[in-house]
Design a protein around this ligand. Sequence first.
Ligand code: PGA
Length: 238
Amino acid sequence: MSSKIVAANFKTNHTRRSTAEYVASLDRFMAENGIGTPVYIFPPATALENFETESGIRIGAQNAYPTVKGSFTGEIGLQQLGEFGIDTVLIGHSERRHILGESQEFIAKKFAWFKEQGFTIFYCIGEPLEVREAGEEAVRRYLVEQCEGIDTSYENLIMAYEPVWAIGTGKTATPELIEKTHSIVKAFSERPLLYGGSVKPSNIAEILAVPGCDGALIGTASWDISSMQSMLEIVNSE
Ligand code: PGA
């Protein structure tokens, strides 16, 4: 049985109903096939639910505001997550950094607050193309900056390296590049480190075989249940 972590980020996909169907059928599939790989699903906020699963699929929030409750229009806090027993959150995803404009300062504040609550935190870092093109030292500095104010030794932390140029583009980093970059991150964090960026059934085996890669954070290829099932079968057979 593989101990690699597999996480599915639904982003702005799936509804409340289709998420429930997805979780139920994935749960059945995992139980029937004896898949014990730790699986986390991050559905949109409208689909959060206290799912009872046989396989122990864990549900996390893609985002939340560092508050119990209050006046933060459009956001959800601890009270809303607590209703569904959610204690896992994704922080620092490149889409929140670059599209929603979250600053490192705000991200660090969010991290500290959810750490205080004992949450499992999936913390994402990754460089844009121009930084990658500027060379490895530039990448190292960029990744270190994205961890400013972050307790990278937090016991419930799972790190994810996701190069921006590989997210949703179909362009995956090579195993060599993943191994190199993971060793840069491992130098300042010993927590489990996932790779994310166009992971799919055809490349998940080689990505998870990279030394220092503890799992995958999957967007696009996780939205379709049969694609997710194929990836879990592959992970489980390794
Ligand atoms: P992708 O997204 O698999 O579609 O590249 C990964 C992510 O953003 O977590």
